[in-house]
Design a protein around this ligand. Structure first.
Ligand SMILES: [Zn+2]
Length: 203
């Protein structure tokens, strides 16, 4: 269907929805038509929820995650270890780690990863905030939870150099790379096997 044949207000909404991750024009139209059938209050509530995202949320000034207040509950929690800082690229990685409930240290959200091909260099990311945090002197171990993509490797190597240069006393670790739980060696790709052998552990 040609979107230009839609009445303007509907086209406007469909185009905005279709620009969201994971949604194409067809599902955008289906959602827009569903919304059209909603009672007024339900549509108002959705619009208000979108506005509240901007008005009621902020960035925590300590960990740079999204929160209702700064410092966020994680940073303000006196029960968490102060000497471990886990560096993640985006906030959703923090959520994934936090959902496990097994990490009790601090976090810092970098706001992306170094991606030279996409024009994202170190200056585009918040390394200044990371440096300021490390300079406070509480952190003894920086844990990289950046993933294993080329961008993650570029970022990890930048952080490694930064620490060696400016914070040589802070330990640098990264999440282990290896065979996922429940998988068989014969199905694991060669690079993962190589990493698994490299980072093999005593049992
Ligand atoms: Zn925080």
């Amino acid at each position: 269907m040609d979107a230009n044949t839609l009445p303007l207000p509907l086209r406007e909404l469909v185009e905005r929805l279709a620009a969201l991750p994971g949604l194409g024009p067809k599902s955008a139209l289906r959602i827009a038509l569903t919304m059209l059938k909603w009672p007024r209050e339900r549509a108002d509530a959705l619009g208000q929820a979108v506005l509240d995202l901007r008005e009621k949320l902020c960035f925590c000034r300590r960990c740079l995650s999204i929160a209702e207040q700064s410092p966020c509950p994680l940073c303000a929690d006196p029960g968490r270890e102060r000497d471990q800082l886990c560096l993640v690229g985006e906030w959703d990685s923090l959520l994934a780690l936090e959902a496990g409930g097994f990490y009790r240290g601090q976090y810092m959200v970098l706001g992306g990863l170094i991606a030279p091909l996409d024009g994202v260099d170190a200056a585009s990311l918040d390394f200044a905030a990371l440096k300021a945090r490390l300079a406070e002197g509480e952190v003894r171990e920086l844990i990289l939870a950046l993933g294993t993509t080329t961008e993650a490797e570029a970022t990890a190597s930048y952080v490694k150099n930064l620490l060696a240069r400016e914070f040589p006393d802070i330990g640098l670790t990264r999440l282990a790379q290896g065979i996922p739980l429940g998988s068989e060696v014969k199905y694991v790709d060669r690079e993962t096997l190589r990493q698994s052998l490299l980072w093999r552990q005593k049992i």
